[in-house]
Design a binder for this molecule. Structure first.
Ligand SMILES: CCCCCCCCCCCCC[C@H](O)CC(=O)SCCNC(=O)CCNC(=O)[C@H](O)C(C)(C)COP(=O)(O)OP(=O)(O)OC[C@H]1O[C@@H](n2cnc3c(N)ncnc32)[C@H](O)[C@@H]1OP(=O)(O)O
Length: 719
């Protein structure tokens, strides 16, 4: 797991060997301890170089070991032994040096990085802090402000930035190991005192208290309840105020409070879930590793509204040639202007040239004739989409993949409008499409594995987290949103205010509560859908009858607001009031409060006190219940798909691990019991009826979340 060879006569070359990322498993740690000891005691070895196999230095501690009985030599003394060595030790950083990998390099006396290497301390993203001395050595090396930035964000930096900050001593575009070996020869026998980072004083910024206070405030605001960023700040403060040994004690103490926390478990679950969803499968048995994607060089986007513009820009930024089609001239001109701005800003951020020439704008749908893939992004209207798919089917060359960016319409129906339904899939982007990470890739009953593989691969190329799901109304994300928002409306009827509901959800960790979000996206969006569904028209009646539609409880509150022209931010009024149409800061609206009172009186409802717990239980448990139904229906292959969709697309707080993981942490018995409790109180709300899979899991002793995928698979194989 680590190999020692002697090179250039007197350099001991230690190579970490644990593919794919040379993570510091127990065996690797043991290998380092053994090889370092041998190198230091070998009189022929005058200096040492540490590198990683296959052009990868080290991806950090082995995350798979966390939560197990960790054995093997601990990292802190191992790194200490390197630092106190009497022979110079040089880290040759290729590929990545992340987390414990960078901490290992910080224990070395010199660091040389390849120009393409990435470095960072991303522990915070796993609910941890750099606890192998990273929180104490980095501020000593690069100063407190820069260390605060790197450790609290966990961002990966380039070798060039690392050099500028002083994290590394040299960057090379040649063989890093060769350069490091040469360098090691040149420093053999030289004094090492100034090279041992732990013995350096931590530079104290002049305004230290104000600096830490400011950062702590910022972190508390953006972390929304996450504990790791706060512990990171506390650890760096220890580096700035305490001697190294005491700082290390504080680092360990803080790490101990994080290491077994629910948040660390949740964040590590999300890390692996993100990788698990890339290994998709279809009910037919087709899989990611047996289905070959088609090459896509040229794509078309049909319809240049908000979504189409973002999608076309994202495709162009990926390097594809794009035909952007918009049949209305005025809209086409406006789109071209806005998209040029988007390309320019994106290029500036990434330090590259804008990809203007990658997009050809056309008012004529016939321009799609030679593309490999089309993404339809016209208005969310089935009749319009049907027409577009019929046209595309007639115009495109054979084999062109036809994708729809619908947010929930029937993919099978659209496929049935074409000559090759096997080439049709959904690619559901989230606004703004060139920014948001999530992509729901929806396979229909006739979609070929190759079509799905192509869309998944394209999503990956675009830098999206792509999740394959089956076809149903609203797919996964929007389908689960329905019971969630329905409960929020019912809570208003029963006595809550938008502020109370949003407050509970924001305290839970959502960046925005449901009503604030509804004001932002526009109340009219849902209204239009409800009207198409035969709902959404206020009957004018009062009493209970007015709140029953299609045989179930229904709240017309949103419809009444829309009828009054309250569409949210764009009209300056919605669930909140704004200083002007387009205003961004919502304030509680006394008009809305009186309206709610009148509404309740009109419908014979008596307001009661509702607390945050009830808001969370009713909104979140019904959403989770629908998640179980989705698993039961085979729309998602496992809880990981659902959780990734909610974390990356719907603002579910990452440190709570997604709705299904959260349910497992709350305890399935409790979720079931509370759903039963609320269902008894509201028998006319079908979404409160606990689903069979949830009951079945509870009956079988509530297995842990990583076993649900198997349970679901078995369930479907029995059908
Ligand atoms: C009572 C309590 C006492 C408490 C005291 C406890 C004290 C404990 C002391 C611990 C010391 C702390 C040490 C350190 O500070 C902690 C850490 O180092 S945490 C780890 C930090 N590292 C990372 O976060 C890196 C994570 N990985 C990545 O970001 C990416 O994987 C990558 C490295 C950039 C590579 O990306 P890609 O090329 O896209 O490849 P993949 O992401 O698909 O990964 C490929 C494959 O590798 C697996 N993998 C990656 N990194 C790790 C890892 N660090 N450990 C284990 N496995 C890893 C990944 O899952 C993929 O596997 P696959 O899914 O294909 O099976």
């Amino acid at each position: 797991m680590a190999q020692l060879t002697r090179v250039s006569g007197s350099v001991g070359l230690i190579t970490l060997q644990s593919p794919p990322v040379n993570a510091l498993s127990a065996a690797v740690r043991q290998g380092i301890v053994d090889t370092v000891q041998r190198a230091l005691s070998d009189p022929e070895v005058k200096s040492v170089v540490v590198c990683g196999q296959n052009g990868i230095f080290c991806g950090g501690a082995d995350i798979k070991e966390f939560g197990t009985n960790m054995s093997g030599p601990p990292l802190v003394p191992l790194i200490h032994a390197i630092e106190v060595a009497h022979k110079p030790v040089v880290a040759a950083i290729e590929g990545i040096a992340l987390g414990g990998g960078l901490e290992l390099a910080l224990g070395c006396h010199y660091r040389i990085a390849h120009s393409k290497a990435k470095l960072g301390l991303p522990e915070v993203t796993l609910g941890l802090l750099p606890a192998a001395g990273g929180s104490q050595r980095l501020p000593r090396l690069i100063g407190v402000p820069a260390a605060l930035d790197l450790i609290t964000t966990g961002r990966h930096i380039t070798a060039a930035e690392a050099l500028k900050l002083g994290v590394v001593d040299q960057v090379t575009a040649h063989s890093t190991v060769d350069v490091a070996v040469k360098f090691a020869l040149s420093v053999a026998g030289k004094p090492l005192d100034g090279r041992r980072i732990s013995s350096l004083p931590c530079p104290r910024p002049p305004n230290m208290d104000a600096l830490f206070e400011g950062v702590m405030k910022k972190v508390r605001q953006s972390a929304r309840g996450a504990i790791a960023p706060i512990a990171c700040v506390q650890a760096i403060r220890a580096a700035a105020t305490l001697p190294y040994d005491q700082g290390m004690e504080r680092e360990l103490e803080l790490m101990a409070s994080l290491f077994t926390s629910d948040q660390a478990r949740a964040l590590q679950y999300i890390f692996f879930a993100q990788r698990a969803v890339a290994r998709w499968s279809m009910p037919s048995g087709a899989r990611w590793d047996t289905s070959k994607p088609r090459p896509v060089h040229k794509a078309a986007v049909i319809g240049l509204g908000t979504m189409g513009r973002g999608i076309a820009v994202a495709l162009a930024q990926t390097g594809l040639s794009v035909v952007a089609v918009e049949t209305q001239e005025k809209q086409l001109m406006a789109a071209k202007q806005e998209m040029s701005g988007m390309l320019e800003r994106g290029a500036k951020r990434r330090g590259v040239a804008p990809a203007f020439d990658k997009i050809r704008y056309s008012p004529d749908i016939k321009a799609v004739a030679d593309v490999d893939l089309v993404i339809e992004a016209v208005f969310e209207d089935m009749a319009l989409k049907e027409k577009v798919f019929q046209q595309l089917s007639a115009l495109c060359k054979p084999g062109t993949l036809l994708c729809t960016n619908t947010s929930g319409l029937d993919v099978d129906h659209l496929a049935s409008q074409t000559r090759s339904p096997e080439l049709v899939v959904g690619m559901h982007f989230f606004a703004p499409a060139h920014v948001m990470k999530l992509l729901e890739v929806v396979y229909g009953s006739k979609s070929s594995p190759q079509a799905l593989a192509t869309a998944m691969q394209l999503g990956k190329k675009m830098g999206k987290v792509s999740v394959a799901v089956g076809n149903c109304r609203g797919f996964v994300g929007n389908r689960m949103l329905k019971p969630y928002s329905e409960q929020a409306f019912f809570l208003l009827e029963e006595g809550a205010t938008p502020e109370l509901v949003d407050g509970a959800l924001e305290d839970f960790g959502f960046p925005m509560g449901l009503f604030r979000m509804s004001d932002l996206s526009g109340l009219d969006v849902g209204w239009r859908v409800r009207k198409v569904d035969g709902l959404g028209k206020s009957s004018g009646a009062s009493g209970q009858q007015a709140r029953i539609r299609q045989g179930r409880r229904y709240s017309p509150l949103g419809d009444v607001l829309c009828e009054q022209g309250r569409f949210g931010q764009k009209t300056g009024r919605g669930w909140y009031q704004y200083d002007k149409p387009g205003g961004r800061v919502g304030r509680p609206d006394p008009w809305l409060h009186s309206f709610l009172e009148e509404y309740r009186a009109q419908h014979g409802l008596v307001a009661r006190r509702i607390d945050h717990q009830e808001v969370l239980e009713r909104c979140l448990y019904t959403l989770i219940n629908e998640g179980f139904r989705i698993l039961e229906d085979g729309i998602a292959a496992g809880p990981e798909e659902i959780d990734i969709i909610y974390v990356f697309g719907y603002g579910w707080p990452r440190h709570r691990g997604g709705p299904m993981f959260y349910a497992s942490m709350v305890g399935l018995e409790k979720v079931l019991a509370r759903l039963e409790f609320y269902q008894e109180a509201h028998p006319d709300v079908p979404y409160l009826q606990p689903c069979n899979l949830l009951k079945r899991l509870v009956a079988s002793g509530s297995p842990p979340v990583h076993k649900w995928r198997e349970v679901v698979k078995k369930l479907h194989s029995q059908l």
